[in-house]
Design a protein around this ligand. Structure first.
Ligand code: UT7
Length: 335
C-alpha cells in the first residue's frame, strides 16, 4: 500500500470534573498565597476528580463528545490511543478501558506515555495509520487525573496540577487540509527533572516508598521552566518550517498550559499577538496531556477556529519530551 491521504481532526470533545480547587483553598492548607500562585504561574483554580472517577471515565466522556461532534458512532472507530501519565492502573491500558466504556468493539487500543506531550505524540501516530490507509478513524485522547499523583504537602507542585480529558477524531480530509506537519522530540538526559519515582520496576511500591512519599510526582521546577521556555517556540518554528510556513501565518496557537510566563515568553519570541493564543491554565491549571486537547475543544466551541485557519499545537513535558503539530483546519469529507 503506497497511498498517503490528508488527515484532519473532524471532531473534538473535552471533559473536566465539576469540583473546583481554588487558590484560596490552597492558602488554607499550604504556606502559599493567591498572589504568589497568580503572579508566578497565572493559575487561579483547577478541577479535581471525585474519588469514584478515574482517568478512563474522563477519557470516555471526552471521546463520546468528540465522536458526537464528528457524527460518528463508536463502532466506526478503528484505533484508540490514550496519552496519559495517570492510567487507571499499570495495566490493562486505559485505552482498553475506554474501548469497553464506549462499546468501540472494532477498535485496537493502546496507551502512550509522553507525559504532557502525549496528545501531540498521539496525533502524529494516529495520522500515520490514517494517511497510509490502514485505518479510517482514529480516536486520540489526552486524559489525566493528576490529583492522584500530586503531593498536597508540597507547595511547589500542589498548586500546579488539575484533572481533565480531551479527545480528537482523526479521519481523511480533502487534500491541502489537516495535519501539514509534526515534529516530535525527546531528551532522556532530563529524565530526573520530572518523574514519579516509585511504583514501577525500578522502585516497586513498598511501605518505605509510601512513607517517603515517592509515589507522588516530583519536579525540579526551575530546570523544567528553562527547558520549556527554550523549546516551545523552537518546536513551533521547526514544525512550521517543515511545511514552508512561518509564525506570522499562525491563526491560532494552542500551547501546553504549564505556566503563563512560559506561554508569554514563547508568544513573544514567535512574534504573534496574545489574541491568537489559547489560555485555559487560569481555570484548569496544568492537566498534562489533556491541556492541549481541552484548549482545542474550547477554541472550536467558542468559534475561534474557521475553516482554512492555520492552527499550531505545541507541547513539552516529562521525559523530557516535546512536539508540535501544524494543522490547516477544515476540509472535512462527509461519507
Ligand atoms: O507540564 C510539565 C512541565 N512543568 C512545568 O513547565 C513547570 C515549570 N516550572 C514552573 O512553572 C516554575 O518553576 C514553578 C511555578 C514551579 C516555580 O516558580 P519559580 O519562579 O521557578 O519559583 P522557584 O522554584 O524558583 O521558587 C522561588 C521561591 C522559593 O523560595 P526561596 O527558596 O526563594 O525562599 C520557593 O520555596 O518561591 C517559593 N515557592 C513558593 N512560595 C509560595 C515555591 N512554591 C511556592 C508556593 N507559594 N506555592
Amino acid at each position: 500500500m503506497h497511498m498517503s491521504r490528508a488527515v484532519g481532526i473532524v471532531g473534538v470533545g473535552a471533559a473536566v470534573p465539576d469540583r473546583v480547587l481554588t487558590n484560596a483553598h490552597l492558602e488554607s492548607t499550604l504556606e502559599t498565597s493567591d498572589e504568589w500562585i497568580t503572579t508566578r504561574t497565572g493559575i487561579k483554580e483547577r478541577r479535581i476528580a471525585d474519588s469514584h472517577t478515574a482517568t478512563s471515565d474522563l477519557a470516555a466522556l471526552a471521546a463520546r463528545r468528540a465522536l458526537h461532534g464528528a457524527g460518528l458512532s463508536p463502532d466506526q472507530v478503528d484505533l484508540i490511543i490514550v496519552g496519559t501519565v495517570t492510567p487507571d492502573m499499570a495495566f490493562p491500558s486505559t485505552a482498553c478501558l475506554v474501548q469497553q466504556a464506549l462499546g468501540a468493539t472494532r477498535a485496537a487500543a493502546f496507551d502512550l506515555e509522553a507525559a504532557c506531550t502525549g496528545f501531540i505524540y498521539g496525533l502524529a501516530i494516529g495520522q500515520q495509520f490514517v494517511a497510509s490507509g490502514v485505518y479510517d478513524t482514529v480516536l486520540v485522547i489526552g486524559a489525566e487525573t493528576l490529583s492522584r499523583i500530586t503531593d498536597y504537602q508540597d507547595r511547589s507542585t500542589a498548586i500546579l496540577f488539575g484533572d481533565g480529558a480531551g479527545a480528537a477524531v482523526l479521519r481523511p480530509v480533502a487534500d491541502g487540509y489537516g495535519i501539514l506537519s509534526s515534529i516530535l522530540g525527546a531528551d532522556g538526559s532530563g529524565a530526573d527533572l520530572l518523574r514519579l519515582p516509585a511504583g514501577g520496576s525500578r522502585l516497586p511500591a513498598s511501605e518505605e516508598t509510601v512513607r517517603d512519599r515517592l509515589h507522588y510526582l516530583q519536579m525540579a521546577g526551575n530546570e523544567v521552566f528553562k527547558f520549556a521556555v527554550r523549546i516551545m517556540d523552537e518546536a513551533a518554528e521547526q514544525a512550521l518550517a517543515k511545511c514552508g510556513l512561518t509564525p506570522n501565518q499562525i491563526d491560532l496557537l494552542v500551547p501546553h498550559q504549564a505556566n503563563q510566563r512560559i506561554i508569554d515568553s514563547a508568544v513573544r519570541r514567535l512574534g504573534i499577538p496574545m489574541e491568537k493564543v489559547v489560555v485555559n491554565l487560569d481555570r484548569y491549571g496544568n492537566m498534562s496531556s489533556a491541556s492541549v486537547p481541552v484548549g482545542l475543544d474550547e477554541a472550536v466551541k467558542q468559534g475561534r477556529i474557521r475553516d482554512g485557519d492555520l492552527v499550531v499545537l505545541v507541547g513539552f513535558g516529562g521525559g523530557l519530551t516535546w512536539g508540535a503539530t501544524v494543522i490547516r483546519w477544515g476540509g472535512t469529507v462527509v461519507d
